[in-house]
Design a protein. Sequence first.
Length: 565
Amino acid sequence: MAKQFDYIIVGAGSAGCVLANRLTESGENEVLLLEIGGSDKNILIQMPTALSYPMNTEKFCWQFYSEPEPYLDNRKMHCPRGKVMGGSSSINGMVYVRGHARDYDQWQEQGVAGWSYKDCLPYFKRSESWQGGEDDYRGGSGPVATCGGNNMKLNPLYQAFIDAGYEAGYPKTDDYNGEQQEGFGAMHMTVKQGIRASASNAYINQAKNRLNLTIVQGVLVQKVLLKGKTAIGVEYKINNQIKTVNANKEVILSAGSVGSPQLLQLSGIGSADVLKNAGVELQHELPGVGENLQDHLEVYFQYHCKKPITLNSKLNYISKALIGARWLLFKSGLGATNHFESCGFIRSRKGIEWPNIQYHFLPAAMRYDGKASMGGHGYQVHAGVNSPTSRGSIKINSPDPEAKPIILFNYLKSEQDRQDWRDCIRLTREILNQPALDDFRGDEANPGLDVNTDDEIDVWVRANVESAYHPSCTCKMGSENDPMAVVNNKGQVNGIDKLRVVDSSIFPTITNGNLNGPTIMAAEKMADVILGNKPLEANNANVWVDQNWQNSQRKGSPKRSVNNY
């Protein structure tokens, strides 16, 4: 490339798209955005209801698998990562969850200055256009459109699930992305006028024609070029040719929680032992690269439904064709939703200050590939523990940039994680057996009533739990005296000049919910840091926390006694 670039951004995912837009807004910087994937303008990506297809399609997605997980019966776990414009925001379930305010306060307490909730909230607001307009918590004019579902009032199961949570003694929340996350309420999605609001649609569409933004696709970046302890550019492969390009100001890795640590290691930055075993010459020792891997797990809690009102009747080819036709013509109907339109966030035991269990409700009983999991009608809740204590790693085992790294999550390694899952199964079953669901609830299909004891729950969870596809934290931010920190609070790689990482890999700990929203927020915040802009003014909006969290798992229901665990 003959052109001179100030910034090179590696990866056009949730973070890279934000940075490409913000760094070129003023017209002052020449920016190069490199992406291996192709166009995201495909009906299977843009139609919200088709969400199960792109994440299972090689064209759009890196089909990574973990090593045999020793605490999950040696199962190899699927770990799809976006390989298309928009990255994983173009293949995800479009669920918009910011996480709990205390997640970010915890980051600051762990030594990451400037990343408390009051510092992050302004950037959540800047990124978002909420259907209800701007308030103290929600943004009204940002690039990413967020909304509630369009089927909430049409299917009574959504409200019945919310009511069941309330009957079980949990609060209702009007906006889990606002003042109060804890409780049951309507779920939000990143959809605009019936179309997926990916980072590509939200940020690149408005920036792609700027003269100072160059986007090159079909590019595999192989390593960061270093001159001593300074990043000067990248080496990449395109059309089977190896080329290099230099950055006048910075190289920014936004390749995701798998790709960014992999690229650092391929560049000789990481653990000396890992690099030696992979046959890569050590350029800079940074032992935290690829460590601290965290993810969310979830299970499907499924029931037969006594009334023919679920989406299971819409899974045949004729119904799908009709849904698709309406979406193509009007961008409305069942094609315009991800179907996760009600949800819940609860605490699994007393002594936890904020929720650690998340529910997505779906008025259908389906498999991970989008096919029906039972004959007749059924519904399910995706139930997951959101604060895992187990940690994994990502390591290269070859200098070949096209070789997939070794991924090991160590899911359920800790006894606390196993106990949290036992509590999760029992609490979920209790919620789903509340009176609000009596008119709909048939037999429990999964886990089944024969799964009751700790041992039975452990066996079932090991065999049935799946990734929620939220790998993160592999290039963690930390203080200067944290030996496992990879980047500082500005995203700068420790010990290397002119090199940053900006994506979900920099999270110190995983947030309480889906990761697309927090990743976009982090990129918005880092864009100001990179440009030297004054940070947005801190927002001290109130945060709701149950005043009795130290003594009670929930308030309790007048209909039944509550075990406070």
